[in-house]
Design a protein around this ligand. Structure first.
Ligand SMILES: Cc1cc2nc3c(=O)[nH]c(=O)nc-3n(C[C@H](O)[C@H](O)[C@H](O)COP(=O)(O)OP(=O)(O)OC[C@H]3O[C@@H](n4cnc5c(N)ncnc54)[C@H](O)[C@@H]3O)c2cc1C
Length: 575
């Protein structure tokens, strides 16, 4: 019984969830086969572009390498905006940034004004509200969204006209067909990479969330030059959750374009600030770092020559940071202009070449992907003839979670120098970035566990760190002290085999493919990704229904335990 014929799917006791998914898929599979527009980056610019293009009737796919839309504000924890320009915001904007449903969670009584979210001249935000509001708006506007998926190439026809993009995810490499492509990646890094343009990341910014801050604390604090902080100062902004919650921002000079190094530098500086909080101000003597941003903001310099773009290729460089409400209104107007002239796509183009960071090759794709419950028109991409950077290491650890960090520490004890590849900028996996901060230790009497927990506690005390941060910082510190490399922000997306052994692992690191040959590969991705790429058999979900546990359904009442709070907001505090 097909959805299209009767407008519904029969779900009853005789149907399992898996069968229902299959029936829905059979009815809806690949209805269009292509997109008018694919957008790289689901930050504010990508979001507005997607909404505007969709309103004009274009079929849009938006992709982001991160776990949610809105990372340029929420992931960077820049949860404040100067109220300048807020009068021009309409109800939809207010509802997106400060929805009615989050009100129960505002624990700072001193807030007032628009949406009861203003403190002095700043509008305060919740990360969870924004991320969920953006995702909801994209979906209800009929826009397809692919998260944790990075674009690594642009496919053109023999007229040098865009006709698709190549993408990488935990599931592998794919091709998706489209008529126009818009790059709104941070600092236009994708465009710079794919066109081979010279650029420099000059400076970066990072935000830590503090608790225990005395309300009299000044909002600009001076630091000595020896701290290595730009302008010799840090700035504080009020948080919305509790009276003593503040967000501390700082900037720092960088001398590399390597994002893993920049993220490491940000965290080492943040922890140093944590250690010296009492020295920074007497109003911070009882403060601790409760969380920190998932990502730094980047100040990128270097010209972009738009005449090098293939036809149908568009780019917009969004501001590194949004300072006030007016910035977002102007961004909205700009994105309306950028998408205003984009045409509908006539799917008559044949991909000839794929242009990617470091090369150009003849394009070839495989079959359309069939997966029940998933109806995006993706085609398998066969990674042949790709000339990508190649490296050799003795030991590659894929995944920097609980198991991956233990494997790395264990290997270090044996005198090895492992290379850890991790999707997130922080180590620790489910137990840290996943937000599982309180833990049941079934086996806590083991010597190694005891030793580890004592050391993590000592890091927490020394650097004034709380929640999951001491654990991820401890791993970072241990690995960097021993000179080990961690590639952050990288997705393991394929392997090559030599007989029955894994010979090399393919990564997509911020839009750039890298192949790493390793004598030994440890698969600690938590999902067996390496094993999957190597061809191991697997089953997904529980044996009865085929469903997996959705962590976002977990109910996590944060401090203070608010009764009857709206669980739809700010639950995914880090996730
Ligand atoms: C809500 C919840 C509560 C829990 N409570 C407890 C508890 O109380 N006690 C307990 O003992 N256990 C608990 N667990 C289980 C425990 O957290 C996990 O067993 C443990 O974290 C698994 O560690 P791991 O290193 O294998 O995987 P993960 O922690 O998932 O680490 C895998 C890492 O690999 C990275 N990765 C994955 N795929 C790729 C890829 N393709 N490319 C690059 N990087 C990749 C991920 O980003 C991640 O950092 C809980 C789990 C959940 C979800």
């Amino acid at each position: 019984m097909g959805l299209l014929s009767v407008g519904g799917v029969l779900i009853g006791p005789e149907f399992t969830y898996a069968e229902t998914l299959k029936e829905i898929s059979d009815s809806l599979h690949n209805t269009s086969g292509f997109y008018d527009l694919v957008i790289n980056g689901a930050g504010m610019a990508g979001f507005y572009a997607a909404i505007e293009a969709s309103k004009r009737g274009l079929k849009v796919l938006i992709l982001d390498k991160r776990t949610s839309p809105g990372f340029d504000i929420a992931g960077k924890r820049r949860l404040w905006l100067n109220t300048n320009g807020i009068r021009e915001w309409d109800d939809a904007m207010i509802d997106l940034f400060c929805p009615e449903g989050e009100r129960n969670e505002i624990g700072e009584p001193a807030l007032s004004g628009v949406a009861r979210s203003c403190y002095k001249n700043e509008l305060l935000l919740f990360a969870g509200s924004l991320k969920k509001g953006m995702l909801r708006s994209l979906l209800v506007n009929g826009i397809d969204v692919l998260l944790m998926t990075d674009i690594w190439g642009v496919v053109v026809d023999n007229q040098n006209q865009v006709c698709g993009v190549t993408i990488a995810s935990k599931h592998g490499l794919y091709f998706v067909s489209c008529g126009s492509f818009l790059d709104v990646s941070d600092g236009s890094l994708f465009t710079r990479g794919v066109l081979g343009l010279a650029y420099e990341i000059k400076e970066a910014g990072f935000v830590v969330e503090l608790e225990g801050v005395s309300p009299e604390c000044p909002n600009i604090l001076s630091v000595d030059t020896s701290w290595g902080i730009s302008d010799n100062c840090v700035k504080l902004h009020k948080g919305k959750k509790f009276p003593d919650q503040y967000l501390l921002e700082f900037r720092f000079r960088v001398s590399t374009n390597d994002l893993s190094c920049i993220e490491r530098q940000a965290r080492l500086l943040a922890a140093e600030i944590g250690k010296r909080l009492p020295e920074l101000s007497p109003f911070l003597s009882e403060s601790k770092i409760r969380y920190w941003a998932l990502e730094s903001s980047l100040s990128v310099v270097g010209d972009i020559d738009e005449t090098m773009f293939p036809k149908g290729y568009h780019m917009f460089t969004a501001p590194e940071i949004y300072t006030d409400c007016e910035d977002l209104s102007s961004l909205y107007v700009n994105m309306r202009k950028v998408t205003g002239m984009m045409p509908r796509y006539h799917n008559d183009r044949k991909g000839k070449f794929v242009i990617y960071v470091g090369g150009k090759t003849v394009f070839a794709c495989g079959d359309v992907v069939r997966e029940d419950g998933f109806k995006l028109p993706l085609y398998d991409y066969i990674p042949k003839r790709l000339s990508v950077t190649e490296e050799n290491v003795p030991l590659l650890i894929a995944g920097g979670g609980t198991a991956g960090t233990a494997a790395a520490l264990g290997a270090m004890r044996k005198g090895m120098t492992p290379l850890v590849v991790e999707y997130f900028n922080d180590l620790g996996g489910t137990k840290t970035v996943g937000g599982v901060s309180s833990y049941y230790f079934g086996f806590k009497d083991h010597k190694l566990i005891k030793e580890l927990e004592v050391q993590i506690k000592s890091v927490a005390d020394t650097y004034h760190l709380k929640t999951t941060i001491p654990r991820s910082f401890y791993f970072l510190k241990k690995l960097s002290e021993a000179g080990n490399s961690v590639i952050h922000g990288a997705i393991v997306c394929n392997v090559s085999m030599k007989g029955r052994s894994v010979d090399s692992v393919l990564l997509c690191e911020n839009g750039r493919l890298r192949r790493i040959f390793a004598r030994l590969v440890v698969d600690v991705t938590g999902d067996g990704d390496i094993a999957y790429f190597a061809g191991a058999k697997y089953k997904m979900g529980d044996s009865r229904m085929g469903i997996t546990q959705n962590y976002s359904h977990w109910d996590i009442p944060f401090r203070p335990k608010v009764k009857n709070y709206n669980r739809d907001y700010d639950i995914l505090i880090i996730h």
